[in-house]
Write a protein of this length. Structure first.
Length: 443
């Protein structure tokens, strides 16, 4: 790095893309993955404890659907309202704030006694999780060389289904003795530990420090450069105005997403995320309850949920690996269309447990792998100055589908539609999402 006038992206590229990957870069991706695991555990814990909570609070399926949907509505609000401020105040601050929101609300959920309390606390938890997802994806992308950027975003995203897998495992140890309230206490305490780790070890985005230039920017940049094993700066480099840069705050960054050069890609991403989210969160919310309603015991239901998320982890890493070799848009198309076909096969399959569990596993691989490709697509479409805003709004508006999916499923179940009918119904938006995303034509 030197004192010549340059674009901030080019300056950071010389640090991030040149030379071998450093331990500091791996640490950033690893921390973001770990925080996302906590998010996955905290948000999906409700799916595991749904039957117990419904029994204790005497909730019908449609009311239970409200609890799922309000958590996801909170994620939408967090991604759209909180995440854009990371482009203004820094990724690190918003990640720490988000972890604090999740920790406090999850601990309080353990003591909730009414539907209203559940709805409010799940909404707050969702806000923290939604903001954190967007910021983590941006931070991981910014600390990753171009060749491995999509893979890094995929690795971070895999933390969510990993956390959901942990939910199934922890439930087997905690719930028999401490019940559903013990699940939320365990998740809240684990999140408090993550707050401390983030405060101590998570660095700020180099691109943010170069573009926004807070008072201590030079010292913070040099501290990061030392950890990256790069030469420190004597003074701040002269940086040219970014091609796209928020003019006066988060609202200006949002307007940039609909500027002529980004409008088509933005609308494609919003639509694809909406459709994919509706199906993904139908499954993330209702698999355990639907399995139990179909006559299987809670152990089998938890195993199905575990296999769906285990398949998701495999699919996410598979997508990350394939994205370094094939066109990203084609991978998303094939994965999401195939997942829709697998859902229809599940709905039509005979009532044979091993076959159903195998199909759930395959659906997890295909669906969450293809869905993760959308995160990578958003990271590639937008420049640094509006990347968190772009990813946040894609996730945020898309999560209106996540809000709608579980709620619609709740009403369908209350109306008497069985598991097969729901799987047929929700295969449709997943297939359409793959076709729409292909229009981005991203490598």
């Amino acid at each position: 790095m030197n004192d010549t006038v340059d674009n901030s992206g080019a300056i950071v590229a010389r640090v991030i893309d040149d030379g071998s990957v450093s331990m500091q870069q791996l640490l950033v991706v690893g921390l973001c993955l770990m925080f996302n695991m906590i998010d996955g555990f905290d948000i999906t814990a409700m799916a595991i404890v749904a039957s117990s909570v419904a029994s204790d609070l005497t909730l019908s399926p449609d009311r239970l659907g409200w609890i799922f949907s309000f958590a996801l509505a909170g994620m939408m609000a967090g991604a759209m309202v909180l995440a854009p401020y990371s482009d203004l105040v820094g990724r690190r601050k918003v990640v720490i704030l988000s972890l604090c929101l999740v920790a406090v609300s999850i601990l309080l959920t353990a003591y909730a006694t009414t539907l209203s309390e559940f709805i409010v606390l799940r909404f707050v938890s969702g806000m923290g999780a939604g903001a954190m997802l967007a910021c983590q994806a941006s931070l991981a992308a910014e600390y990753s060389p171009e060749k491995y950027r999509v893979f890094s975003v995929a690795a971070v995203t895999s933390g969510y289904p990993m956390g959901a897998m942990m939910t199934s495992v922890v439930a087997g140890h905690v719930m028999p003795e401490y019940g559903w309230r013990g699940m939320f206490i365990a998740g809240g305490l684990a999140t408090v530990i993550m707050v401390i780790i983030a405060w101590r070890f998570l660095p700020e985005s180099l691109k943010y420090l170069l573009e926004r230039r807070p008072a201590d920017a030079l010292d913070r940049i040099n501290h990061i450069l030392v950890k990256l094993k790069k030469t420190a700066l004597e003074s701040m480099p002269v940086v040219s105005e970014a091609k796209v840069k928020p003019r006066s705050g988060a609202s200006a960054a949002v307007r940039t997403l609909l500027a002529p050069e980004y409008r088509f890609a933005t609308l494609i991403l919003w639509s694809a995320f909406f459709l994919s989210f509706s199906t993904l969160y139908f499954l993330m919310s209702w698999i355990p309850k639907l399995m139990e309603d179909s006559g299987y015991n809670s152990g089998i239901a938890h195993r199905a949920f575990f296999l769906f998320n285990f398949g998701g982890v495999i699919g996410i890493y598979l997508m990350g690996w394939l994205s370094t070799r094939f066109w990203l848009s084609k991978l998303i198309l094939v994965s999401l269309l195939s997942s829709a076909i697998a859902m229809a096969a599940f709905a039509a399959a005979p009532n044979e447990l091993n076959l159903l569990l195998g199909l759930i596993f395959v659906i997890g691989i295909l669906q969450q792998g293809g869905f993760t490709g959308l995160y990578g697509a958003a990271a590639k479409v937008y420049p640094t100055a509006v990347r968190s805003t772009g990813i946040g709004w894609s996730i945020g508006l898309g999560r209106s589908g996540a809000v709608a999916g579980p709620a619609i499923a709740g009403y369908l179940i209350a109306a008497g539609f069985n598991m097969s009918a729901n799987f047929y119904f929700f295969a449709i938006p997943m297939a359409i999402s793959g076709v729409i995303a292909y229009r981005l034509h991203l490598r």
